[in-house]
Design a binder for this molecule. Structure first.
Ligand code: PGA
Length: 253
């Protein structure tokens, strides 16, 4: 069974045409040999999504993610995008609980659990993000922080629902800072997370769940990160905006 995924997170970058060009180039560059190694997901801004979905159409192995969803089905929530809308577009994944959403938009574990549930209700696979701050790492609470994010964000699901969830461990101090967790630091947390999944949902769920590492993943450090037994790929921010870098990361397994 191949758990590997490389997901790009474009964040709030790229003009519409730049994003569509990036998606089209990746769609033509990536082939069956790449997808035999890893599934690839493009996390595009909302307005890019229709064009990106079109660009990847018919390419098994290349998928599209939104970067957030709202937790309600529909209604008077000006400026928000629902899981129902994303489903109607054919968008298969949603990044949920990115640390930037937690930090700048006050998203809590409890709120994120409702978003995860809503995504699943509409057949959208959540990429649920968690990770500790520098302060939490330094005062030795990394494991309890990520454990809580896991328990409150996704352990309330049933086993079948959890089977559609991807987890991304992103230490906040490594995001956009150029400071990557060492493979040992990342593997240590990934192993812990897989162990918690095994305890809660059983060994099969733990064997099947995809655990991504995120935080300054680059072509240079991807091979040694992806070689770790419990790291199944990456959630890539800055480097996913550059075709050459993103392709090199995808080809790092
Ligand atoms: P980065 O971002 O690769 O630019 O550090 C990762 C992320 O925030 O998903």
């Amino acid at each position: 069974m191949n758990r590997n995924i490389v997901a790009g997170n474009w964040k709030m970058n790229l003009r519409l045409q730049e994003g569509l060009d990036l998606a089209h180039i990746l769609a033509s560059e990536l082939g069956p040999a790449d997808f035999a190694q890893a599934q690839v997901i493009l996390g595009a801004p909302y307005i890019h999504l229709p064009g990106v979905v079109e660009a990847v159409q018919g390419i098994a192995g290349l998928h599209v993610a939104a970067q957030n969803i709202h937790q309600e089905d529909r209604g008077a929530y000006t400026g928000e995008i629902s899981a129902e809308m994303l489903q109607s577009l054919g968008c298969g994944y949603a990044i949920i609980g990115h640390s930037e959403r937690r930090q700048y938009f006050g998203e809590t574990n409890a709120l994120l659990f409702t978003k995860v549930q809503k995504a699943l209700e509409y057949g959208i696979k959540p990429i649920y993000c968690l990770g500790e701050t520098l302060e939490e790492r330094e005062n030795g609470t990394t494991f309890s922080v990520v454990d809580r994010q896991l328990r409150e964000g996704v352990f309330g699901l049933n086993a079948e629902q959890f089977g559609s969830v991807v987890i991304a461990y992103e230490p906040i101090w490594a995001i956009g800072t150029g400071k990557t967790a060492t493979p040992e630091q990342a593997q240590e947390v990934h192993k812990f997370l897989r162990g918690q999944v095994a305890q809660h949902f059983g060994d099969d769920a733990a064997t099947q769940v995809t655990l991504l590492y995120g935080g300054s993943v680059k072509p240079k450090n991807a091979p040694e990160l992806f070689a770790c037994p419990d790291i199944d790929g990456g959630l890539v921010g800055g480097a996913s905006l550059k075709v050459e870098d993103f392709l090199a990361i995808i080809r790092s397994f």
